[in-house]
Design a protein around this ligand. Structure first.
Ligand SMILES: [Zn+2]
Length: 286
């Protein structure tokens, strides 16, 4: 059965990249509509943006989607991850602003908000995308693969300089994702945060304006400078799992298959999905 949120809930806060405030209303939607964003503040005739992989546009260090009128919404990945964690298939997300608020840097506050009102069951079968043959995307050291698998499994690997190989491997389901993954915060290195902030301001393409010690775990000299933001020592890879599965929600259904990633980034998640859909005979909707 497909689901939606039981009733409207709202939250607000600053965007990770724009630094600007936005108000978000998550509202029930009909079966078959999928997850859609609706900009309330834009000038375009049609401000609806379907949350689908072929609507992704390039923006540094986040997932940004746009419609044919050029209306966009940025940093959708944690809200999309919250939909996976709670089992939501259909949702209308109204936004007064340009970017989903970063909140505490994790998906937990959005999951808690959805759980506070619960779900409503709708008619119709859930959509499942079955992987039929291996598909591989590679760009430099970043790799993203899909493989056939009886279920849904992830094999996520990152290699942070100070920590060596940090993997997260195994079967995945919404309950496990909610317990182990959604509370892991965004993270970054101090040098990788302050320099893009300054360059972004200079180029008038703001990135990470809202990044700080309340919205991310920040590393310097090989250790977190705000360790209270960590839930587990391997939160770096847990947040990577959060971002990857959040991005994979742009497929528009569940996956029957296995995901294998090495040093992934949002851009490789997007390219991996595009490679899958553009490979003949590699997938089918069940
Ligand atoms: Zn993230």
């Amino acid at each position: 059965m497909q689901n939606t949120i039981a009733k409207k809930v709202s939250f607000s806060g600053r965007g990770m990249h724009s630094g600007r405030n936005a108000i978000v209303h998550m509202k029930p939607a009909d079966a078959g509509n999928g997850i859609r964003f609706h900009r309330l503040d834009g000038k375009a005739m049609d401000n609806w943006i379907p949350a689908l992989w072929d609507r992704v546009i390039r923006y540094p260090a986040c997932t940004c989607i746009a419609n044919e009128h050029g209306t966009s919404v940025r940093t959708v990945e944690h809200l999309m991850a919250a939909c996976y964690a709670t089992g939501i298939d259909n949702l209308d997300v109204e936004i007064e602003g340009e970017e989903i608020p970063i909140l505490d840097g994790s998906a937990a506050p959005i999951v808690d908000l959805i759980d506070s009102v619960g779900l409503r069951e709708l008619g119709g079968k859930r959509k499942i995308l079955e992987i039929l043959k291996p598909v591989h995307y590679e760009n430099d050291h970043r790799k993203f693969s899909f493989e056939p698998y009886d279920g849904f499994a992830v094999d996520i690997n990152i290699y942070p300089a100070e920590y060596g190989h940090m993997p997260w491997t195994g079967d995945m389901n919404p309950e496990l994702f909610k317990q182990e993954i959604v509370a892991a915060k965004a993270w970054g290195r101090l040098k990788d945060i302050w320099l893009p902030k300054i360059v972004g301001n200079f180029l008038k393409k703001p990135v990470l304006r809202g990044a700080g010690l309340n919205t991310a775990v920040v590393y310097a000299f090989g250790r977190p400078i705000n360790p209270s933001g960590l839930k587990h020592t391997n939160d770096m890879v847990r947040h990577k799992v959060l971002d990857i599965i959040g991005d994979l929600q742009l497929i528009g259904g569940d996956i029957q298959g296995k995901i294998i990633c090495h040093s992934s980034a949002h851009v490789t998640n997007h390219s991996g999905m595009a490679t899958l859909f553009n490979t003949e005979g590699a997938w089918r909707w069940q």
